[in-house]
Design a protein around this ligand. Structure first.
Ligand code: ADP
Ligand code: TRP
Length: 332
């Protein structure tokens, strides 16, 4: 059985970009793949964070995975820091990663901004830790949103160059799976910017736990353009907000973009906004009530899930780490 691994940072509420670009696609692997879904707390501390809320955020993400359809009986859900192995492999990989490769990473440039000298070494090494998350399980496939493509290519490059030096059996080359109806969801305030947890405007993103009223308000305020909605995908060129809202409508109603476009062709944005609000409320309502239920009544269950997932992750990763040390020449 092929192995799938992916992860999300516990850095606050999840938005529909995280859902459509990642978790929604993970659900489909559970019956056919050996699945490991990680909550990447070590990545969450690469920027300034609040130690008081880190633990709570981890449990929230676990609840969100389950609420969005991951079944802990089929897939392991675990916390990245529970097996200590990821940090350890990170070091072995770091010593084989040229700084020139890391200098190309656009996420670091975006997150560090103008204050590059004040960014932490951890933020710079972020993609190496991510490579460790993947390579330590010999994962075959990694389903992520489009923004993670560059990091996955780096993971493959590290694996490939180490395999050349230490033998082809060292690491499996992971396949990035960038798929689903909306691999890159854009901000509701600016169709050219990615929807992100760190956007200062709360109106830029719809959260999994938003109420129906909040969803309606955010979609009502979403940026548009002055023209009626077009008929063909080609006519979406230069109209990023129309493209984003139509893509979201298609994704939320399980239709292709082309099909969604047929419904609204020639109409103005208000019809689309109304239908999109309805579709988001329908889709997200059950997810958010399940998340709230788990967080209110089922904390013990969440902790058991994370403990069991952590044990599975520890068993696999310790074995692979041992083998890696050995192949790199550590004979203990
Ligand atoms: P964020 O980028 O919001 O801080 P993470 O970095 O934790 O969130 O991303 C977790 C997953 O969600 C990754 O697979 C990432 O590719 C995906 N993702 C994040 N934002 C988007 C988006 N706007 N559209 C599609 N997928 C996204
Ligand atoms: N870097 C990813 C993100 O920001 C999260 C992540 C960390 C990840 N480790 C991973 C995703 C391993 C897939 C596999 O979205």
């Amino acid at each position: 059985m092929k192995r799938v691994l992916s992860g999300i940072q516990p850095t606050g509420d999840l938005h529909i970009g995280n859902y459509l670009g990642a978790i929604h696609n993970w659900v489909g692997y559970q019956d056919t793949h050996d699945c490991l879904f990680c909550i990447v707390d070590l990545h969450a501390i690469t920027v300034l964070y609040d130690p008081e809320t880190l633990g709570e955020n981890v449990e929230f993400v676990a609840a969100a995975y389950i609420g969005a359809g991951i079944d802990p009986k089929k897939a392991a859900i675990f916390v990245q820091s529970h097996p200590r192995t990821h940090s350890e492999l990170h070091w072995l990989l770091a010593c084989h990663t040229p700084m020139g490769w890391l200098n190309r990473m656009t996420q670091f440039k975006e997150k560090a901004g103008k204050k590059k000298d004040q960014a932490s070494l951890g933020l710079y090494a972020y993609p190496v830790l991510m490579a460790a998350d993947i390579l330590i399980y010999q994962a075959d496939e990694v389903p992520v949103g489009e923004d993670q493509k560059q990091h996955l290519e780096l993971a493959r490059d590290i694996a490939q160059s180490m395999n050349q030096r230490y033998g082809e059996t060292l690491f499996k080359l992971p396949e990035p799976m960038i798929q689903g109806p909306a691999p890159r969801v854009m901000s509701l305030r600016d169709g050219t910017a990615k929807m992100s947890k760190s956007d200062p405007s709360a109106y830029s993103r719809i959260l999994l736990r938003d109420s129906a009223d909040e969803i309606a308000q955010k979609i009502r305020k979403a940026k548009t353009d002055p023209h009626p909605l077009p008929e063909t995908v080609a006519d979406l060129e230069g109209r990023p907000e129309a493209k984003n809202l139509l893509t979201l409508y298609g994704a939320m109603t399980n239709q292709k973009l082309e099909e969604a476009m047929k419904i609204f062709a020639g109409q103005n944005f208000s019809a689309l906004k109304e239908a999109l609000t309805e579709a988001c409320v329908q889709k997200l309502g059950p997810i958010s009530s399940e998340i709230n239920k788990l967080l209110q009544d089922d904390r013990a269950y969440l902790r058991t899930v994370l403990k069991d997932g952590g044990e599975k992750a520890r068993t696999i990763s310790e074995k692979n780490l041992e083998k890696t040390y050995h192949q790199l020449g550590f004979k203990v």
